[in-house]
Design a protein around this ligand. Structure first.
Ligand code: HEM
Length: 415
């Protein structure tokens, strides 16, 4: 077990959290024991947030329906916004799936037939037997009962089912709007791009899961996790961009080529930071240094140059923290630059929208620090304070990216 040898913190996430490697097999999952139904979600404020978003979605669909007759472009735009919200929910479910250690519970990829969960005891046992063949079960979860397995299965299955629903919402909406001639020629290409990105996303998702289905790895590879995360963000940004094309009137935009280039530079920096954030999550790196402002008492970790900046937990932390501070400085400079452009065109959206990246970055840095400091609170088999903070940290990262995409669109008006 290469992971177990070089990284002692690797075992504190699993189907739940295990701090001590030597007693990981003996800890029981008492808090899940009375979860008879695999479809009963656990308690926690993150789920309140989840259900809140779920109630917003029908309202948006209602809004689409209301504008169908009068404003064709708006109807299509709100359908796309509903898609963005569904993608955000998909992220939340993916985060919970990861934080409860559920990601490897389904060991096969059946894009169509996989929509059905096991329906009888024999099918459940078959799925469980398949899980028993992989390293995660053998070395981490060998104490699992069928009921424990059903719990982790629920989250992974829910994550995949929601992705399928996303595909259906896009496909049905596309056919509906196409046949009712709501889409002009120029709009068809963006939708083809979205379908391709959606398909690629599903395939990358499976490659990620596959990287953990073997006899040696306890978790999915963190590099595949990052690829899956970044490609999902790209899909989300493209969907949002196409919605903005239909929603934002020209009068609300500004022609500011310098600021446009600056915004692209900040988005690239943010993408790099998001990749290291996913490495943090995939390597469970927070526990390796649950201190701030120093990393285990050092500003620059000793022997850093001899280790990998992609696979070593301490180096990944160093990179993630460093990039966060760099990003904060970049966003403050960007904000000052945007303020000048906003003054020139007080009618534009920029007057308000330039505040979002600044506010969200400051909040995100504070949240990141709180998350890392809460790593010692991780409790085996509980979705507690750390997991809620980590989930929020992921959510705010997405909103930060979206706020920059909105600003990019606003300042990208042709002169
Ligand atoms: C603007 C700055 C930041 C951005 C955009 C950002 C973004 C992210 C993202 C996207 C993740 C992965 C979440 C996931 O896949 O679930 C992550 C993970 C993490 N980040 Fe940050 N981060 C920032 C700043 C910070 C700072 C300053 C710290 C601490 C000093 C920090 C600590 C963490 C920790 C501990 C995790 C792992 C959470 C987990 O276990 O899921 N982050 N970050």
């Amino acid at each position: 077990m290469q992971h177990l040898q070089h990284n002692e913190s690797i075992i504190f996430f699993g189907a739940a959290h295990i701090f001590k490697s030597d007693n990981c097999m003996s800890i029981n999952l008492s808090c899940f024991k009375d979860t008879d139904s695999p479809f009963l979600p656990p308690q926690g404020s993150v789920f309140l947030l989840f259900y809140f978003v779920l109630t917003v979605l029908p309202l948006l669909l209602l809004k689409i329906w209301l504008c169908v007759d009068n404003h064709k472009r708006k109807a299509v735009a709100w359908w796309l916004i509903a898609g963005v919200i569904m993608i955000v929910i998909e992220f939340i479910m993916g985060g919970v799936s990861r934080l409860t250690g559920s990601g490897l519970s389904i060991t096969e990829w059946k894009p169509i037939m996989g929509a059905m969960p096991p329906l009888n005891e024999a099918d459940w046992n078959k799925a469980f037997d398949s899980y028993k063949t992989i390293a995660q079960y053998k070395y981490l979860n060998s104490h699992f009962t069928l009921s424990d397995f059903k719990f982790i299965f629920f989250w992974e299955w829910g994550h995949r089912l929601w992705a399928r629903m996303l595909g259906v919402v896009f496909a049905v909406g596309f056919i509906y709007f196409l046949t009712r001639k709501y889409l002009d020629k120029g709009m068809i290409r963006p939708f083809i791009v979205l379908f391709i990105l959606g398909g690629v996303q599903g395939y990358i998702g499976w490659k990620m899961v596959e990287s953990g289905i073997n006899d040696t790895e306890l978790y999915v590879k963190h590099t595949w996790l990052a690829t899956h995360f970044l490609s999902a963000l790209t899909l989300m940004c493209c969907t949002l961009w196409f919605a903005l094309m239909l929603l934002v009137p020209a009068g609300k935009r500004v022609a500011a080529p310098g600021l446009f280039k600056g915004t692209i530079a900040v988005i690239i920096l943010l993408y790099v930071q998001l990749a290291w954030g996913a490495f943090m999550a995939g390597l469970h790196a927070s526990k390796s240094a649950a201190t701030w402002p120093t990393i285990n008492g050092e500003w620059v970790p000793a022997g850093m140059m001899e280790r990998s900046f992609i696979s070593n937990a301490i180096n990944v932390q160093f990179m993630h923290r460093g990039l966060a501070y760099l990003l904060l400085v970049a966003i403050i400079s960007w904000f000052a630059y945007a303020a000048r452009a906003a003054k020139r065109s007080s009618d534009s959206l920029l007057t308000a929208s330039r505040w979002w990246p600044l506010g969200l970055t400051i909040f995100q840095v504070v949240l990141g620090i709180a998350t890392v400091l809460c790593a010692p609170l991780i409790v085996f088999a509980q979705f507690g304070t750390y997991e809620i903070l980590a989930e929020l940290h992921q959510l705010v990262a997405m909103f930060l990216l979206m706020s920059l995409v909105v600003n990019l669109y606003v300042v990208g008006k042709r002169a």
